[in-house]
Each structure stands twice: as structure tokens, then as C-alpha cells.
Design a protein around this ligand. Structure first.
Ligand code: HEC
Ligand code: HEC
Length: 286
């Protein structure tokens, strides 16, 4: 009996340490370039999740939150991340912003759910996060109150996410790529977070490390998201780049659903960057 008590204590202490967020400093002193920040805003698709549901025109830059994301763990609601001091993140420092994005930890030391794709954003360069923050501060503020996520009981507690992060938040292996492919890799895996939808997930909601980009169940449970790599995906690089610009498929179909929103962002990128994305996906296909 006493031995089990001892084991339980060890387990609890272990759990405590494993799940306590270790807040690494993120002090970056680089001169910000808000114009590049705007570009990163589109490349990373922040507005795609944080604007109001069905936002149009000017509202496309108001980060009031409110879009819902169904998942097997319940429904997440994107929060207000505008610069409003009370309802958004207007009181945050640059360090707070960078830590949220790259470590998935809030200023008050809580883990974020990976529905916020920080597992992709963790590789963002110092310059890009600083630029993004300087652009963020120019965006309108919103008085919309953030809504509470509607999660199943066992997913409500954030602490166990510490263990999730230990298991699944590994940085991707550095790859030997030439400059254009390395840019494509960064745009696809880090900024564009394409795998968040196109790679299947395991029972813990983490992206599988196998069958990357080979398609996945739609997060709303209905239908499948197509593969964008592998032998069966036979688009040439120019087809992919065109699709990311105009939404037209090689058979003159038009992108729908979640991808139409993604293309609202990729259409803002340079032709060169869209080609870099396409060429990187084709390298994976071989
Ligand atoms: C796939 C949808 C999605 C995308 C894309 C996304 N977010 Fe979020 N974000 C969320 C969700 C959901 C949460 C809530 C996470 C939680 O409560 O743990 C969140 C939380 C946040 C928070 C924390 C807000 C707070 O009040 O603590 C910040 C800051 C943030 N996101 C910024 C960004 C930035 C910057 C980008 C682009 C680089 C971005 N998000 C892209 C879904 C998204
Ligand atoms: C929010 C989820 C989501 C994200 C993120 C996402 N996609 Fe998609 N993608 C989809 C869906 C859904 C479709 C199917 C669209 C349709 O049926 O019209 C799709 C379709 C595609 C197709 C067409 C494949 C085919 O055979 O029809 C390509 C190419 C593609 N995506 C590339 C990308 C790239 C590159 C990125 C990253 C920059 C990306 N996607 C990010 C959801 C997503």
C-alpha cells in the first residue's frame, strides 16, 4: 500500500513538471518591417480563422474571432485577437505575442490548444514574427467578446496539453534543400500550415508523422480533404501555383469550402512564392 502511495506521488510530481509550461524568453531586438508583416499575415492565414464568420471587405482585417472549428474533442471558437486592450490582445508585449505563436503558451502561462496551429508556426523566423507583430498593431480593434470553447469534459483541462506537446510538438527535421525549395518548405510547413488540413491526425488530434499531405478526414467529420502529394496527385507544379492564385483546378473547377478561404490568402502572395510552394510539393511527390 505504502509503495503504491509512493508511486502515485512520483507520478503526480512527474505530471506536474511535465505539464507546467516552461516559458522560454522570446526577446528579439530587430527593426520591424510592417510591410513584410502584412505579407506574413496572408502567408500564415491568420485572418482566415480570426475574422468574424463570413467577414467581407473591410471586416477581413478585423480580428474579432467567432469562427467555430469542430473537432473530435468538441468545438473550438477562435478568440478576439485584435488590439483591443480588454477584449483582444492590445495589452500584450511583443514577447507575449511571439511566445503564443512559437511556443503555444499564453502570457499568464497556460497552454493553448493546437487548434491554434502553433505546432506549424513554431518555426517562424525572428524577423517574420517581429514584422507580423508590427503589422498586427495597425489593424482595427474589435469589442467582440471572445467565446468559450465548447469541449468535451476530458478536453477542458489545459494542463495535460503539456504532455501532448512533449509527445507531438517536435520541430521538423532540417532538410537539405536549395534556396527555392527551402522557401517552399517554409511556406508550406511553417507559414501556410497546409498539413493542418491535408495530413491525417491520430487519436490525440496530432498530425501523423506518416502519410504527410496524403489527405485526411474533413475536421467536421463529413468527407475527405484531398491528397496534395504522392503518386495519385498528378497536378504539375504550374497547376498548383495557378490554383493557389485563382482557385481554378486544371479541369476548370473552382476551389470550394475551406480551401477557398486559404486561396483568399495565397492569392496575395508573389508568383515566385506560389511556385516555390508548388515545387516543394512536387519534390515530395517523387
Ligand atoms: C486554424 C485556425 C487558426 C489560425 C490559422 C490561426 N489561429 Fe490563432 N487561434 C486559433 C484558436 C482556435 C485559438 C484559441 C486557442 C486556445 O484557446 O487555446 C487561437 C488563439 C490565438 C491567440 C491567443 C489569444 C488569447 O487571447 O490568448 C493568438 C495571439 C493568436 N491565436 C494569433 C494568431 C496569429 C498571429 C495567427 C497567424 C500567424 C493565427 N493566430 C492563426 C485559431 C487559429
Ligand atoms: C483549412 C484547411 C486547409 C488548409 C489549411 C489547406 N487546405 Fe488545401 N484543400 C482543403 C480542402 C477542403 C480542399 C478541397 C477543396 C475542394 O473540394 O474544392 C483542398 C484542396 C487543395 C488542393 C487541390 C487538390 C485536388 O486534388 O483537388 C491543393 C493543390 C491544395 N489544397 C493545396 C494546399 C496548400 C499548398 C496549402 C497550404 C498553403 C493548403 N492546401 C492548405 C483544405 C485546406
Amino acid at each position: 500500500m505504502r509503495f503504491f502511495g509512493f508511486l502515485l506521488c512520483v507520478a503526480l510530481v512527474g505530471f506536474y513538471y511535465a505539464t507546467t509550461p516552461s516559458m522560454r524568453a522570446e526577446s528579439i531586438t530587430l527593426a520591424p518591417d510592417p510591410q513584410n508583416g502584412e505579407y506574413i499575415y496572408f502567408a500564415a492565414g491568420c485572418g482566415g480563422c480570426h475574422t468574424a464568420p463570413n467577414a467581407k471587405e473591410d471586416a477581413k482585417k478585423t480580428l474579432s474571432g467567432g469562427q467555430t472549428f469542430p473537432s473530435p474533442f468538441g468545438t473550438f471558437v477562435a478568440p478576439n485577437v485584435s488590439m483591443h486592450v480588454d477584449y483582444g490582445i492590445g495589452a500584450w508585449s511583443q514577447d507575449d505575442f511571439v511566445r503564443a505563436l512559437r511556443q503555444g503558451i499564453s502570457p499568464d502561462g497556460r497552454h493553448y490548444y493546437p487548434a491554434f496551429p502553433y505546432t506549424s508556426y513554431q518555426g517562424m523566423s525572428d524577423q517574420d514574427v517581429v514584422d507580423l507583430w508590427s503589422y498586427w498593431q495597425t489593424l482595427p480593434s474589435s469589442e467582440e467578446k471572445s467565446q468559450v470553447h465548447d469541449l468535451s469534459v476530458y478536453a477542458k483541462w489545459r494542463r495535460p496539453l503539456g504532455i501532448w506537446k512533449m509527445m507531438f510538438q517536435s520541430a521538423p527535421d532540417p532538410q537539405m534543400l536549395d534556396a527555392e525549395l527551402a522557401r517552399g518548405e517554409y511556406l508550406v510547413n511553417t507559414l501556410g500550415h497546409c498539413g493542418e488540413c491535408h495530413t491525417a491526425r491520430n487519436v490525440f488530434g496530432a498530425r501523423s508523422s506518416k502519410n504527410i499531405f496524403m489527405g485526411a478526414q474533413h475536421p467536421n467529420g463529413k468527407g475527405r480533404i484531398p491528397a496534395i502529394a504522392g503518386d495519385k496527385f498528378d497536378w504539375i507544379a504550374a497547376d498548383i501555383a495557378e490554383y493557389l492564385k485563382s482557385g481554378f483546378t486544371p479541369d476548370y473547377d473552382v476551389a470550394g469550402g475551406l480551401m477557398a478561404e486559404v486561396i483568399e490568402n495565397t492569392s496575395q502572395l508573389s508568383d515566385q512564392d506560389r511556385m516555390a510552394i508548388a515545387n516543394y510539393l512536387k519534390v515530395l511527390a517523387n
